[in-house]
Design a protein around this ligand. Sequence first.
Ligand code: NAP
Length: 437
Amino acid sequence: MAEALRVGIAGLGNVGASVARVLRDKAAELTRQCGRDVIVTAVSARDQKRDRGVDISAATWFDDPVEMAQIAEIDVFVELIGGDEGPARLSVKAALEAGRHVVTANKALLAKHGVALAEIAEKRGVLLNYEAAVAGGIPVIKTMREAMAGNSVTRVFGILNGTCNYILTRMEAEGISFDACLKDAQRLGYAEADPTFDIEGHDTAHKLSILTSLAFGTRIAANDIYMEGISNISQADIRAAGDLGYRIKLLGVAQRTDSGIEQRVHPTMVPTASVIAQVHGVTNAVAIETDILGELLLSGPGAGGNATASAVIGDIADIAKSRPGFQHGPVFGRPAKELKPYKKAQMRSHAGGYFIRLTVHDRIGVFAAIAKRMADNDISLESIVQHAVNGEAAAQKTVILVTHETTEAAVRKAVDGITKDGHLTDKPQVIRIERAG
Ligand SMILES: NC(=O)c1ccc[n+]([C@@H]2O[C@H](COP(=O)([O-])OP(=O)(O)OC[C@H]3O[C@@H](n4cnc5c(N)ncnc54)[C@H](OP(=O)(O)O)[C@@H]3O)[C@@H](O)[C@H]2O)c1
């Protein structure tokens, strides 16, 4: 049998401790699958005294993950610390430069420094594997990097944040407000004490930027993503969506267009009958659309110690199965030096259907004025419905418009016009409609 693969784990929190535990519990199975033993020889975290729920006493302890990254006694450095700078970045860089394979679950690090790190890995002829960084346990990186050769991706989109999907699912199922759902999510441990990063779309954007690079062979451009979170989605939107045959999901979407690549994260209406609309709670899903394959949808657990550990261990096993001298495939599907610059498609040229919900004064001429603003901007309407606001028969009305395909620029101009006309009693709500099978 080949020599054992020696693993060093930096970070023994939620994911790191799960990885150590599964490597111990499934040692015999992994040996059979990989043709060699996989053993943890070194570990690093901040607090050596903390009980990790797994016996790590046989591994050498390091206070400094950068030091551990460079020792000769490991073949693979597994980074599970988190953060886009500091010890995570320094240790991954040091490990790659020292010729160690690296496995990481760190989307923030890859979104910011992925291409630079890939260049080092490819120069040193080692692997940089990151399956767990996007959609947790779902093997989407492997699928895009290895199983779709020859396919040209036209669009990739997904539910990439379990916290947002949990909140939207409960808002719809139980008719409760965003704030009440968020509080519950925090109590149950599905949302952080400071939830901004998740609910405003940043986490989804990090993951999307990695998928965009794999899909279109472009350099990662995490700062060039149009982003709207879910904090202003109300029960009125959820009910109206349901009446119209839609469900609201926070999607990350990357799409090739004539003018470049769109990268956008926003609440989206998807047809209730579509497969992605059936993805509930903390579950994640990624849809990939290509010229040869058509549409593929992968769904499963997007977070949690064990699910994430499953992806990390899959990455470690790939390294265990690779043989010395074997030429590894490039980190983002194409050699890092050949990744093209990201050409951004302007959001204002985005084409699609739109849902527009307006709360207006109930007076003569308002309906006609709205219809005129739409017509002036060449927006054709699929439906227009008006009804009283919460039984307040007199003062205000809700007008709900669904457009046929139009552009973002046209919708913004029309809604600005309606706002200037002075008929609105509340902020207008605009939600994009996404085509989904
Ligand atoms: N949790 C998930 O469901 C999930 C899903 C997908 C991806 N990820 C990614 O996985 C990574 C880890 O997440 P997690 O949830 O496991 O985080 P976590 O529970 O906060 O664990 C972080 C670990 O890093 C250690 N650490 C922090 N600073 C360190 C330093 N300077 N030197 C050495 N060790 C240090 C901590 O040590 P102490 O324990 O001693 O404090 C802790 O063990 C992140 O990149 C995250 O984005 C997580």
